[in-house]
Design a protein around this ligand. Sequence first.
Ligand SMILES: Cc1cc2nc3c(=O)[nH]c(=O)nc-3n(C[C@H](O)[C@H](O)[C@H](O)COP(=O)(O)O)c2cc1C
Length: 332
Amino acid sequence: MNNLKEISVRKKEHIELSLKAASQYTISPGFERILLLHSALPEISLDDVDLSTQFLGKKISHPFMISAMTGGYQNAKKINKAFAEAAERFNIAFGLGSQRAMIENPSLSDTFKVRAYAPSIPIIANIGAAQLKKYRLEDVERIISAVDANGLAIHLNPLQEVIQPEGDKDYSGVLKAIERVCENISIPVIVKETGAGISRDVAEKLKGAGVAWIDVSGSGGTSWSRIEYLRTKNAIPGFEEWGIPTVDCLLMCRGILPLIASGGVRNGIDVAKAIALGADMVGAAQPFLVAFMKKRLDKELQTWKDQLRIAAFLTGSKNIKELKIAKYMTLR
Ligand SMILES: Cc1cc2nc3c(=O)[nH]c(=O)nc-3n(C[C@H](O)[C@H](O)[C@H](O)COP(=O)(O)O)c2cc1C
């Protein structure tokens, strides 16, 4: 199989396999360890709770987003279009999947182009860090302008790359490549993991490189080692549970840069907990893909929105600023 065909087949398999329960970590992201302190006297009205926030230069209604998932094969257009339309209806942000396929084969660009369906929300372009060092700045600028993105996410996935037979195993020079992009492009750069988490020392290095946002994407949700084990028999076994749980990433990284919490975020109450733990934004991927497949994406987004508002109300928080300092208890 040639490289391009291989990427498209892999993208399709990733979507199918991530729907299986076996694609998820068995260890938890840690949200059950955190209990927001219940206020029996919130002294606010639910109607007064306004969780709108600024993200990538736009005002969004809720601090959560549909995280990066797909693009680069035929059916991906349908999925990205549905996500973009739903994100526009709810006025939340949306991340495109890796645009590597589009750099290597411009005819696949259309599977990522969804701005026409989502004129007002933040849309985030996406590229892998391992590939970034081989690309020219013009390539990166082209994938951003082609989708009219408000931010660029550079994803780190060393776990997935290193266990899969065809993975890119040279992560040397990646930080320099990230720095070069931060210095030369005009939109904010987000560096994200893909489910194995970002530690404090990595967050500090990313800050030094000029990154604007970190998406910790910790463990406890979609496990890329598990997906590779489902996809191929040739992957190096044993790394099913490898990674830093999302809650621990937040506790380690808060205060360094604005944070996006993702990885195993599964409802609006987790979103509220993540904000109280130091996140400024929250993302989820797999639950929204499952909801799309079951034709209940709007229902899922509405439930998250309602849960988040109620959790904010029950901590007496009228807005994000207050939710960020909501008290919580930690279970051992
Ligand atoms: C089917 C699928 C494809 C993904 N593709 C990408 C990708 O292309 N780029 C990226 O940065 N992250 C990708 N991710 C990772 C997610 O953005 C997210 O970081 C990770 O899945 C953890 O979130 P979750 O537990 O809510 O799924 C993908 C996730 C899924 C489920």
